[in-house]
Design a protein around this ligand. Sequence first.
Ligand SMILES: Cc1ncc(COP(=O)(O)O)c(C=O)c1O
Length: 470
Amino acid sequence: MAQALAHLIPADVLIRAATYARDYRNEIHPISASASATALRERFCLPLADDGYPGARVIDELIAAAEPGLVGNTDPNFYAWVMGGSNLVGVAADWITAAWGQNAAIYQSSPAAAIAEEAVEAWLLELLDLPRDSSVGFVSGATTAAFVGLAAARGEVLRRCGHDFAALGLQGAPVVHIFLSDDAHVTNFMALRQLGFGDTNIHRLPSNDDGLMRPEDLADAVARYEGPKIIVAQAGHINSGGFEPLERIAAIARMHDAWMHVDGAFGLWARATESKKGLTVGAELADSWSVDGHKWLQVPYGSGFAIVRNQNTHRGAMQKTAGYLNVDDEDGRNPSDYTPGLSRRAMGFAVWAVIRSLGRKGVAALVDRHCDAAAYLAERIIRVEGLSILNKVELNQIVIGCHDRKNEHRKILGIAERLNAQQSQFVKTAEWKGRTVLRLSVTSQDSDISHAKHLADMIEELWPLIDAPI
Ligand SMILES: Cc1ncc(COP(=O)(O)O)c(C=O)c1O
C-alpha cells in the first residue's frame, strides 16, 4: 500500500479537472469555435509572469481561455473531418498515464508501459486481422506511422539491392521508385519527403473518381522501372472512404519484389467488422500498415500505430542503442525500438483501456453504426433535388456535389454555412477533383442514424432556400 504524501498533493487541481471534464462531456456546447483568433490570443497570450499562480486558478484560467475556441469533435453531430470523439475510458486512462508520469522509452523505464504495449500489439493484430508476428510501434498518429513503415521499407528494399542503408545512408544508393495514387493522403508524400525521396522518384498515378489508383496503371508503371520499389496503397481514402484493390496490388508488389505499405489511417478498422471486412481483402498481404487510434477507435488524440510485418526490419529502422539504455535478456520489448522518439508518453495504457472497454464486438459495432448512418444519409441525400453523391458510399464518407456545376462553389459553400449557422451540426466543404464538395465524415463516437436523420432533415429544409439571403 503506497504511503500518503498528502502535504504534497494539490488534489484540488485534479478534482477540479475531473469535475469540469465530467460536466463538459455531460453538457451541450457550441459545436464550432465561437471565438476569433484575436479573442483567443487576448486570453492565452499573456505576458510571461515572474511568479507562478496557484494550480486551481491556472486550471480555471485555462478552461476560460480555451472553451470559446473548442470544436465539438465529441458531439455526435460532428461531420467536418475524419476525427474521433475521445472515449471517456480512454480519457480516464490517459489522465492516470499523465499522473504516473511514465516514460515509455525502454522496458526498464516503465515495465508496465512496455507490457501494456505488448498486450495491445496482440489485440490490434487480432482486431485488424494482420499477421500475428508483426510488430506495432505506438506513435502520435498515422503520419508518423507512415514515416515508420516507409523507413522500414526504404532500408529493406535497398538491402535487397545490396545497399546497406544503415552504413551508407542514401549517399550512392540506387534510386528507389515509389508508386501511389496522385490523390493519396498528403501525409504520405510528406513522410516520403522526410525520408529523402522527391518528386522524381515518387510516381503519382492518376486517380479514379474515388481518388484511387488503378491496378493496370500500377502494373504498367512498376514494370517500367528497374531497382528497389515501394508501393503505397490506400485503405480508406480521405474523401471517398474508398479502398484500392489491395489483393491485386499485393500481387503486383510480389511480382516486382516491391514493398507494399497500406495507409489505413481509418479504413483499416473495416477489418474489425464482418460487414465491411470484404472491402479490405488483400490488406493482410502488405509489408507495413499505418493506422490511427485517435480516429475510429476513439482513443484520445495522439494515438497511431506503425505496424510492420517483419519485426527485425521494423527495429532495424527505429532501434537506438546507447550504453545507458541497457536491456536485460529477461526484459520485455523496448517501446522505442519501434518508434522515432526515445522519451515518450506511455501510449499503450489508453489504447489498452479503450479496447478492453469496447471488446471485439464493441469495436465492430462502432464501425458498423457509423457506416449504417453514412448509408442512411446517402440514401436521403440522393433524393434531394439538385444534389448528387459523388463517391461510392461503402464506408463512413459521403461526398456531395450539386447538379448546377456553374454555381456549385457558391451553393455548396452556402449550404455548409446555413447548416453550421444552426449550431446543431458541424460540416465542412473541400475542393476535390476541380469541384467544391460537401464532405461528410461519420466517425464521432456517438453518431448514429438518429443524428444522420437530423442532418438529412436539415439539408432537405435548407437546400431549397439556397438562393435566398441568409
Ligand atoms: C487516409 C489518411 N491517412 C493519413 C492521415 C494522417 O493521419 P494523422 O492526422 O493521424 O497523422 C489521415 C488523417 O486524416 C488520413 O485520413
